[in-house]
Design a protein around this ligand. Sequence first.
Ligand SMILES: Cc1cc2nc3c(=O)[nH]c(=O)nc-3n(C[C@H](O)[C@H](O)[C@H](O)COP(=O)(O)O)c2cc1C
Length: 290
Amino acid sequence: MGLFKIKEWSINYNHFFDGLALGSDFESLAELYHENSKYHPSLFSLQCPRPMPERQVVIDNYINKIELPTADKLLFPEISLGEILMKRRSKRKFGDPITFQELAIILSYSVGVSSVDEIVKENKVNYLFYRTYPSGGGIYPVELYFYINQVDDLQSGFYKFVPESNCIYLLNINQQEDKDIDDMYFFIKEDSNTEESPFGQAAVNFFFVANMQIITKYYGLRAYRLVQKEIGHIAQNMLLVSTALNINAVPIEGFFDDIVNKKLHLDGIKNIATYSILLGKEKKEDNKND
Ligand SMILES: Cc1cc2nc3c(=O)[nH]c(=O)nc-3n(C[C@H](O)[C@H](O)[C@H](O)COP(=O)(O)O)c2cc1C
């Protein structure tokens, strides 16, 4: 049950689809990973998750910090969960801006802090922040980056949301033009505006970034599985909140990983961009034509 190490697998692309290149007992790299990340009763004492870490969120490279209104000041639309679920559809037509208030609702309700526990240990007070989505071990290894293209009253550029401070930070990284946003993506279904790319048209492009270093410390090989599940929870929240606000949204797998990693100044190994959501309002003229 030892680990199998594959060297330089990325130079042989055959196994991207058919797994032919491995020549081991395993048919594909995915199977190899899955097999090696299974929990086993006999190994559980070695595999069980380590204790939860204390974490401090530090953002040192930003130009501007903007505080969001607290959730109690943000009115969630009056629509039932049942209606939202039945109404949600992936929509790829954008062009009009969203408001700062709408962005704040999306962030607070999809990703924000929903309760805080005070823990006193050895005369020291610690706070445990819980968010609107579940996280294995309460580690919250997923960080939310986004490119603002069209949000009323906000400068366009790359931002990061920090739920614990309820702030968004305009990052001090090369702020891109819309056309550069297009370079990050390659796949979109055809119901979008045909002449203009929906990527650069979205009001906001979200990127879910996994801090693999921190989660791997506590979950070992299982970490990659946990992160994908957690991102699914967050993304679904965001799609449902957007639906409630009548804002179009679509989740996107079709992006060039390392182009996004580079733009966000991530190393692509310890911190990895793993999913994206485009979101915005359909241009008013397009709306009338439908
Ligand atoms: C993991 C995942 C990745 C997706 N990636 C893309 C994508 O790259 N481009 C795109 O246009 N739609 C993408 N979608 C949206 C699907 O095309 C869409 O969910 C599907 O057609 C069903 O439609 P619905 O979301 O309206 O129910 C993705 C959906 C999921 C769950």
